[in-house]
Design a protein around this ligand. Structure first.
Ligand SMILES: NC(=O)c1ccc[n+]([C@@H]2O[C@H](COP(=O)([O-])OP(=O)(O)OC[C@H]3O[C@@H](n4cnc5c(N)ncnc54)[C@H](O)[C@@H]3O)[C@@H](O)[C@H]2O)c1
Ligand SMILES: [Zn+2]
Ligand SMILES: [Zn+2]
Length: 372
């Protein structure tokens, strides 16, 4: 079919997204065609443009945080049918690999290929003037139609508004799980979230729901700190340096049980300060995506060893999409997980570059493209 999509012709060059007419192949047996209602704008797509996350493939259709309705289902699209409301998850789970079997589907072997530009079977569904086009996360939700593998599609209840459900494709589980699973937040904990944007705000919500009693939101942007305060942060700071004395005061010098790094870019010089904010035996979770070629981290290793601290990486918040997306939507329906307030601006596909500028300039919790 003919449709449109936002492409990066030269990823890594800060050239922005261009809207092109694209050809989309029909779904193969284990795929579905989804008519999208909305797609979130995540910082990970911006990383493709800046080059922090390099791609082996160009051009590429961006977007990985979508929600919509299935309009065509392949013959082996088990459990999915035309008319189903679905969320696309940026991390598929095959259900068969060792990691899926262990309940660690965020590390799925199929998911390991999401930045390869191709569908899991190594082919392309998208073309422009006959040229193959890569797809972010096997998806490419910056188009009103997406052909997605069943492994990346989660059925959701029809009463959930799809323009909010889209956030479940990445930002919500990534942030929530960073606090609940990767940090293992316990009742009474002091938790610091560094960077309370589209991902970090859900770490604040996860920490609150897990029973943390002191939650410090660190963000240079006032609007982010205000939003974090409304959604569970008990204290705010403009910088890690400011948080250092605040957290020392709040904990009688013990420091935070858990610190979660969800700033826009995982700069190596943020790791040491985050670890210093963490108490003896505590955990520092690194969720931010770092520039791929960055190999240096500033960290006081003697403090890490002598204080028995843990540094924990977290992909997709260590969530299992098939279990956690329905659970999170249940919390949303009960009014315990906020989503509506976090879609701060909506855009047409043609205005996608404005959406990313708004993200970079701190105007959005989440910007969302809404399709007609
Ligand atoms: N690990 C994963 O599975 C995963 C999944 C999705 C996104 N990510 C990554 O998480 C990061 C956050 O994504 P997002 O969509 O929330 O981005 P965002 O731009 O919406 O939010 C980033 C926030 O960090 C703040 N910030 C920037 N520098 C800071 C600093 N030095 N100290 C404190 N706050 C700072 C910004 O003001 C902003 O509010 C990105 O690197 C993204 O690629 C990781
Ligand atoms: Zn994302
Ligand atoms: Zn798997």
């Amino acid at each position: 079919m003919k449709t449109r999509g936002a492409l990066l012709w030269k990823p890594g060059t800060n050239s922005g997204w261009s809207i092109e007419d694209i050809d989309l192949d029909p779904p193969r047996p284990d795929e579905v065609l989804i008519e999208l209602v909305a797609s979130g704008l995540c910082h990970s797509d911006a990383h493709l443009d800046t080059g922090d996350i390099p791609l082996p493939f160009a051009p590429v259709l961006g977007g990985h945080e979508g929600a919509g309705v299935i309009v065509e289902a392949g013959d082996h699209a088990t459990g999915l049918e035309v008319g189903d409301h679905v969320v696309t998850t940026f991390l598929p789970s095959c259900g068969r690999c060792r990691w899926c079997a262990l309940g660690m589907s965020s590390l799925c072997d199929v998911g390991a290929g999401v930045l390869g530009g191709k569908a899991p079977d190594g082919t392309n569904r998208i073309h422009v003037d006959g040229q193959p086009v890569g797809a972010m996360s096997f998806l490419g939700t910056f188009s009103p139609y997406v052909v997605a593998p069943v492994s990346a599609v989660i059925k959701v209840p029809k009463e959930i508004p799809l323009d909010k459900a889209a956030l479940l494709g990445c930002g919500v589980p990534t942030g929530w799980g960073s606090a609940v699973y990767a940090a293992d937040t316990q009742p009474g904990d002091t938790v610091v979230v560094v960077g309370t944007g589209g991902v970090g705000i859900h770490a604040v919500q996860g920490a609150r729901l897990a029973g943390a009693t002191t939650i410090v939101a660190v963000d240079p942007v006032e609007f982010k700190r205000e939003t974090a305060s409304k959604l569970g942060a008990t204290h705010v700071a403009e910088s890690i340096a400011d948080a250092m004395s605040l957290v020392a005061d709040l904990t009688d010098g013990v420091m935070a049980d858990k610190v979660i790094l969800t700033a826009g870019v995982g700069e190596g010089n943020l790791v040491g300060p985050c670890s210093l904010l963490t108490r003896k035996g505590g955990t520092t979770v690194i969720t931010s995506a770092a520039p791929a070629m960055q190999a240096e981290v500033s960290l006081n290793l003697l403090d890490l060893t002598m204080s028995g601290k843990r540094l924990q990486g977290a992909l997709y918040g260590q969530c299992n999409a098939r279990a956690d997306i329905p659970k999170l939507l249940g919390l949303y329906k009960r009014g315990e997980l906020m989503l509506d307030e976090l879609v701060t601006n909506t855009y047409s596909l043609d205005d996608i570059n404005t959406g990313f500028t708004d993200m970079m300039e701190g105007r959005n919790m989440r910007g969302v493209i809404v399709y007609d």
